[in-house]
Design a protein around this ligand. Structure first.
Ligand code: MOS
Length: 713
């Protein structure tokens, strides 16, 4: 193991396990000692309506009702497009849309006032089903080769439809933001979040002030998983407007029910795939991908881009056509969640490959192996896989670990008992870092190191620790280059007033991109180091020169500099009486390059893999006929624990990336991406492959029973 991979105690370990960490909900007063007002949102109760009037009961002294009329600047939250209002415009577009906020000193009184508000709606017909959607926020198309010609000359053409559902991030800490008007006129916004500078930009626009009028701090954050990429910009804007009106600090922390019903989650998807086979090889794939964006576009553009770029999977297919749409429905806006569009399309592609292999009478794993991309091959967007593609070796390692191939052969035999077994395999990637030219054109990351006279070094960057460990791994990198003990280097929670914009904490970019800037900054500091002096050095992002420039209008070029690779094998036992499925064995093999801390990376891989298994099996969330999400508690929305998958193994296959720090690549999202395809393949095999083609996820116990009763099995 490289020295840098050796595990250390995480910098935030002690305060977290001792319960000393201060989360946004824990502050007793504002920073300057003033009391904090409680804000609670008035959420729309219907999915689509004109808001005719809002009757607010008489407010006691010190209480406020805040809505769109109180927004000093633009009533639009900067995300990708700016269609998301701070507080609703003339219409509400989904159940839960914030109409206003009640603010005051006593939480019970705030709740009482909120319950007394009457909203008069003129109800409009909502569109809930993505199949019935009339508007696409985004509609992309790309490809290469000649798909039409390939379908004409094929021996056989296959068509299938795949669906995936919602998945909620279910971070332990719900969404929460606080705004404090400061004595010097600045607005101080802080809370549970991933992207301090996103919130900064959003609040500036909403308050109509310049960059120095606002500063944003990331508080200790109890999990994000993508759910705190964009949502805190909305909630941050809402509390900032409220704090402006009340001229006092305002905090809004969601309860679990609000969080599950009204905050962003993974996009449900419908993928229609068409595949052409000639002489036993896939010669063309046509992917039609539809994501349910919900009522506003938020991050759907970028989630969809990542999803469709991954749509043809990890296979070398000469003719490719992809169309992707993110459609509007009157439902909770969807957003970022670990994997960011990849889990949906990899599910479709991997299942399609399995089914085509079954029809051809060849082994699914062998069929996939025969089509794997290799270093130097073209990507779906006519870029290149510039670096080694270790998928075959990773499959072999998984096979050695859990006898994947032997078991897969064995379980093909007809099973008739109550308990039946299956094993499924998936192969996949996660493009490391931002999609396309985002890093070069939009983010332009800057990171700094400040050395103090006493020889301690502070990291100045804007990436938040959301449990993934950057408070520890960033200092490890810097300490390593400066030959300092780890306790001489520290990384505080970023405050935009103090740190440069090194970009958001998303896209598995922080360690790979910003970690490398810090490594270079540390080398620079080492060369100019003067004992006893305060010194500062800075590094700026430069796109590696091997990259084929990406053009979003054509979806052409290198969408990512490199890829993290994954192979999963999941073995299950299905109880055909109850439908309950037990995971006997889950083995994930992950290539995220050099682990900058072995325990941190293995922890990431185990957690993400388990989240993926939850998404595949039990995490079912849906809305009712009126558009209300029904799974709004942890008794209605189940997430897995270690007890559900006791035999989970995360293996690391290390293929170093020369442009990441010590060979590290993006890590955080990869382990969730392939679980759904492997799990559903395993259940399918247990039920009898060929007989029961399974095409949706999650695939629950109820689904299994339905499948088995279809033909009196
Ligand atoms: Mo992440 S899912 O790119 O916030």
């Amino acid at each position: 193991m490289d020295k840098i991979s050796q595990s250390v105690v995480k910098k935030d370990h002690a305060p977290k396990i001792e319960g000393r960490s201060v989360y946004v909900g824990d502050y007793v007063t504002a920073r300057d000692g003033r009391p904090i007002l409680t804000g609670k949102l008035l959420h729309a109760k219907v999915a689509r309506a004109r808001v005719l009037s809002v009757q607010v009961p008489e407010l006691p002294a010190g209480y406020f009702y805040v809505d769109a009329k109180d927004v000093p600047g633009d009533n639009n939250v900067n995300i990708v497009l700016d269609d998301t209002p701070v507080y609703c415009r003339e219409t509400v577009e989904y159940i839960g849309e914030p109409i206003g906020m009640v603010v005051g000193p006593d939480e019970k009184e705030v709740q009482r006032i909120l319950s007394g508000i009457k909203v008069n709606y003129e109800e409009l017909e909502p569109i809930l089903d993505l199949r019935a959607a009339e508007e696409a926020f985004f509609d992309y198309e790309f490809g290469h080769g000649d798909v039409e010609q390939a379908f004409r000359e094929a021996d056989k053409v296959y068509e299938e439809e795949f669906e995936t559902g919602y998945q909620d991030q279910t971070y332990l800490e719900t969404q929460g933001m606080m705004a404090e008007p400061e004595a010097d006129g600045r607005m101080f916004v802080h809370g549970s979040s991933q992207c301090a500078y996103y919130i900064h930009g959003a609040v500036m626009r909403v308050l109509g002030c310049g960059p120095t009028g606002v500063h944003v701090l990331q508080d200790v954050t109890g999990g994000g998983f993508g759910g705190k990429e964009a949502f805190p910009s909305i909630l941050g804007a809402q509390v900032a407007v409220a704090a402006c009106k009340a001229k006092a600090p305002v905090r809004c922390v969601f309860d679990r029910r609000e969080d599950l019903e009204y905050t962003s989650k993974r996009h449900p998807s419908l993928c229609r795939y068409k595949m052409a086979v000639k002489d036993g090889r896939v010669i063309a794939v046509d992917c039609d991908v539809i994501f349910n964006a919900g009522a506003y576009s938020t991050l759907s553009a970028v989630v969809l881009q990542r999803g469709i770029i991954a749509a043809p999977g990890v296979y070398n297919i000469p003719n490719v056509h992809v169309r992707g749409r993110a459609v509007k429905t009157n439902t909770t806006p969807c957003g970022a969640y670990r994997g960011f569009g990849g889990p949906q399309t990899f599910f479709a592609m991997e299942r399609m490959m399995d089914h085509v292999a079954q029809d051809l009478g060849v082994d699914e794993i062998a069929f996939k192996e025969a089509h794997l991309v290799k270093q130097g091959d073209m990507t779906s967007t006519q870029g290149r896989y510039h670096f080694p593609v270790p998928l075959q070796a990773m499959i072999d390692e998984v096979d050695a670990k859990c006898q994947l191939k032997r078991k897969h052969e064995e379980y093909k035999k007809r099973q008739t008992g109550r308990f039946r077994r299956g094993i499924g395999m998936s192969a996949y990637f996660h493009g490391a870092g931002f999609t396309g030219s985002g890093e070069r054109d939009l983010i332009k990351a800057v990171a700094k190191l400040r050395k103090y006279a006493d020889g301690t070094v502070e990291i100045l960057a804007s990436n938040g620790d959301i449990g993934q460990g950057v408070r520890t791994t960033f200092p490890k990198i810097v300490a390593n280059e400066l030959n300092l003990p780890l306790d001489k280097v520290y990384y505080d929670h970023p405050d935009t007033a103090r740190v440069p914009d090194s970009g958001p904490t998303v896209a598995s970019r922080s360690l790979m991109v910003v970690g490398e800037l810090l490594r270079r900054a540390a080398i620079k500091l080492r060369t100019v180091w003067v004992e006893g002096q305060e010194q500062e050095v800075e590094e700026r992002f430069q796109e590696p020169d091997f990259m084929i420039p990406f053009y979003l209008d054509k979806f052409q070029g290198d969408a990512y500099p490199t890829y993290a690779w994954g192979v999963d094998a999941i073995e299950v036992e299905v109880d055909t009486f109850t439908g309950v499925t037990r995971v006997l064995n889950a083995v994930g093999n992950f290539d995220v390059g050099t682990p900058i801390d072995y325990n941190i990376v293995v922890g990431q891989m185990e957690g993400g893999f388990l989240q993926g298994i939850g998404y595949a099996s039990i995490e079912k969330m849906d809305y009712d006929a009126k558009g209300r999400i029904r799974n709004n508690s942890f008794s209605d929305y189940l997430i897995p624990t270690t007890k559900d998958v006791p035999n989970l193994t995360a293996m690391l296959h290390v293929e170093k990336y020369p442009y990441g720090p010590y060979g590290a690549k993006g890590a955080g999202e990869l382990p969730l991406v392939g679980a759904t395809a492997a799990y559903v393949a395993a259940v399918e095999q247990a039920l009898g492959a060929g007989k029961h083609p399974l095409r949706h996820a999650p695939f629950t116990a109820e689904d299994t029973v339905k499948e088995l009763t279809k033909e009196g099995n």
